[in-house]
Design a binder for this molecule. Structure first.
Ligand code: UDP
Length: 261
């Protein structure tokens, strides 16, 4: 097994299937089955689902509502999706726990890092709802942050395309596909992997990201088994890794000199 502990990010929009809004039950079941398969193989699985199929904060602004209010509505939308996934997983006999960044005790546990890790160790699928619980963030950022906190090996970003291309493959047939790319190149080429906050969190904490097609059955399993599926974004460049280490060492030295621990 290439990855022992993963964080799977699914967009809310993906849950819509061919619908214009809401949750497509077939798609939900398919995702639950794919996750069950890898959980049964012993992979520790944490999941973050977006809320774009129901509500996004930016939509609120467009119709004259307060942005912060809209963001909380978006976070609640992610809780709805997370609850749906939890139910689907439990129907398949998989133990799951839903941990929320907002306190909604009647419905789910509050997010507590140690508790999340304990659930994972007991092979329960952990779903993180409500993003990070703060407005002006996205569920991509929540995925990166939670993955770092629980020390996941990788963030697997499930999408409806095969990975990262030099241009939008749905619009440009000549778009080049990358199977491997460094954080630096993603940044320099201005490629769209995640929003900048989420991407920077991964880059600075040396957390690899794999962007892959979640709608191709079996992809998730093959990926965790080590097959080259999708695009791996990592600090594969040794020089880049050395540079990061040097910066960290310099920072630690400076902190020690200033007595700042
Ligand atoms: N959101 C937020 N803080 C977070 C996570 C999400 O405010 O930590 C809100 C934000 O308005 C976002 C919405 O929840 O637009 C739904 O999440 P997202 O857009 O990331 O969903 P996706 O695009 O993955 O479906």
């Amino acid at each position: 097994m290439k990855y022992k502990r993963i964080l799977l990010k699914l967009s809310g929009e993906a849950l819509m299937g061919d619908q214009q809004y809401g949750i497509d039950s077939n798609r939900l079941l398919k995702y639950a089955e794919e996750i069950k398969e890898i959980a049964q193989m012993g992979v520790q699985v944490a999941v973050v689902i977006g809320g774009g199929n129901i509500f996004r904060g930016v939509q609120a602004e467009q119709v004259g509502l307060d942005r912060v209010q809209g963001d909380y509505m978006g976070m609640l939308a992610t809780v709805i999706n997370s609850m749906a996934l939890q139910s689907a997983m439990e129907k398949l006999g998989v133990y799951t726990r839903l941990l929320s960044g907002l306190n909604i005790q009647q419905v789910c546990e509050p997010y507590i890092r140690r508790r999340a890790v304990r659930h994972l160790e007991k092979n329960r699928v952990v779903i993180f709802g409500a993003g990070i619980g703060s407005p002006y963030f996205t569920t991509d950022s929540a995925a990166s942050l939670r993955a770092i906190e629980i020390e996941a090996d990788v963030v697997l970003k499930g999408t409806r395309v095969d990975g990262i291309y030099s241009a939008d493959p749905e619009k440009n047939p000549d778009a080049e596909f990358y199977s491997n790319i460094s954080f630096k190149d993603v940044f320099e080429k201005g490629l769209n992997v995640m929003d900048m906050t989420a991407f920077t969190l991964c880059k600075e904490n040396n957390l690899p990201i794999v962007v892959f097609n979640m709608n191709k059955p079996g992809n998730l399993k093959r990926l965790v088994e080590g097959e080259s599926i999708g695009t791996l974004v990592s600090m594969d460049d040794i020089a880049e890794a050395m540079e990061e280490t040097m910066t960290k060492l310099q920072q630690e030295e400076a902190n020690q000199k200033s007595g700042n621990f």
